[in-house]
Design a protein. Structure first.
Length: 428
């Protein structure tokens, strides 16, 4: 008996080592491909978008005399230099409609989305003279596609000049005049969407996601989603009001005179990641096998069935087949379908094998149900983040209770004594 337990323990530790290697391989594949896959998704779909408020300036030209020396002779010429003065926005009405549209690459899902942006920004000419105004709209990402991009003043479309990271337009406003600048576009990105109250630095936001302290007057923003499960990242403002809609949320940020270093930001909900999930299940596999070996060992002793360590070796191989198939099948089909197929394959391997070793009843009932509980259901608990530990704890306690009741009358000194030969099943 003792030698048999030692052999079974050796098989268990060997299988645990194999699972550790498999889990590490899965995470290595996922991590090494993650950054490159993210870049590929950004190149075909778009990167994370960070929209800044438009810049409004009025410009004027001044002539100045410049003296230069050429070939020993002094020359003078008139040069014109353009000056500008920034004008603050009187009010802003901004709306963004977000729709999540996941993309899968390898063992990873990426939270890609589409956005319909619309902004109305009121301003005025602070001078009493007619001025030429320049409007600059920073684009939220260089790796992106923009459809229907337009900038208009009081409903009249303006001619656009495209720069490296922004678009600009010009218009004339009379002295003391007021205007409403309207910007709109459709685009797409991934992972997160952010809005800066102030202008970004050179069209690119800082690493922390904000562009310093900004002021916003009479600011009202609405974000509409057709999904739930989003999050508000660090260094961002929570909405002042939120309302559940049919399939998503309507979020509002309303401020009369805001001074803040934070921005408005939304992180898209993440889909269940096949790679990390398969890796976590592989790392957890020794726990499932330990429970399975323990229950099978106890049941076989209760029924007087002699299972050789080689039988346990093949049972461990059937368990390992589940995780190996799951890891590589998830590359090609959904993780849920891969889980079902892998579970069926592993259960069929165990039941069909023990049917030959013992009998159909023991294979289908005792072993089959035990595998269903400790391999399939325990592994499926990883699909529900935050409940895995609780599920395992409850399963452990229930297992301990059942086994204690089943073995309470067993005289273990007789079980481990080599001088006592057992015949038939022992009474429970």
């Amino acid at each position: 008996m003792f030698r048999r337990i030692v052999a079974i323990a050796a098989i268990f530790f060997g299988a645990s080592l194999a699972w550790a290697i498999l889990g590490s391989t899965i995470f290595l594949r996922t991590d090494s491909a993650g950054s490159s896959l993210s870049g590929r998704v950004a190149s075909t779909w778009g990167a994370a978008q960070e929209q800044a408020a438009p810049e409004v300036q009025y410009v004027w030209t001044e002539s100045q005399t410049v003296t230069a020396e050429e070939n020993g002779k002094k020359t003078t010429r008139e040069e014109k230099k353009e000056h500008s003065h920034e004008v603050s926005l009187d009010s802003s009405r901004v709306e963004a409609q977000l729709h999540v549209d996941y993309r899968q690459k390898g063992l990873l899902w990426f939270s890609t989305y589409t956005v319909a942006f619309h902004g109305e920004h009121a301003f005025h000419n602070p001078t009493s003279a007619e001025q030429i105004f320049v409007f600059r709209l920073p684009l939220p990402a260089e790796q992106a596609v923009y459809d229907g991009l337009s900038v208009s003043l009081d409903g009249k479309p303006l001619s656009l000049t495209f720069g490296g990271s922004d678009v600009s337009a010009r218009a004339v406003l009379p002295g003391g005049g007021r205007g409403v600048l309207t910007t709109a576009y459709h685009s797409q990105g991934q992972k997160s969407w952010r809005y800066h109250f102030g202008q970004s630095r050179g069209g690119v936001a800082s690493a922390s996601g904000n562009a310093g302290i900004s002021q916003a007057n009479d600011f009202h923003m609405t974000i509409k989603t057709d999904f739930s499960g989003f999050d508000f990242p660090d260094n961002s403002l929570s909405p002042t009001e939120k309302r559940k809609t049919g399939d998503g949320w309507q979020l509002h940020w309303d401020y009369q005179n805001l001074v803040s270093g934070y921005d408005i930001a939304l992180t898209m909900p993440e889909k269940l990641q096949p790679g990390p999930l398969a890796g976590e299940i592989s790392y957890f596999a020794p726990v499932s096998l330990l429970f399975f070996f323990f229950i099978v060992f106890v049941l076989s002793e209760l029924r007087g069935i002699e299972l050789h360590p080689m039988n346990y070796f093949f049972l461990a191989g059937a368990f390992f087949a589940f995780h190996l198939l799951l890891a590589y099948l998830a590359d090609h089909i959904s993780i849920h379908a891969a889980f079902v197929i892998s579970s069926l394959v592993s259960i069929v391997l165990v039941v069909s094998y023990l049917r030959l070793v013992v009998d159909l009843r023991f294979a289908a009932v005792e072993a089959g149900l035990t595998q269903l509980l400790y391999l399939v259901l325990f592994s499926y608990a990883f699909f529900f983040e935050g409940f895995t530990g609780l599920t395992v704890t409850i399963g452990t306690i229930l297992t301990l209770f059942v086994v204690m009741q089943m073995t309470g009358r067993i005289r273990w000194e007789e079980k481990f004594s080599p001088s006592i030969q057992r015949k038939g099943a022992l009474p429970a």
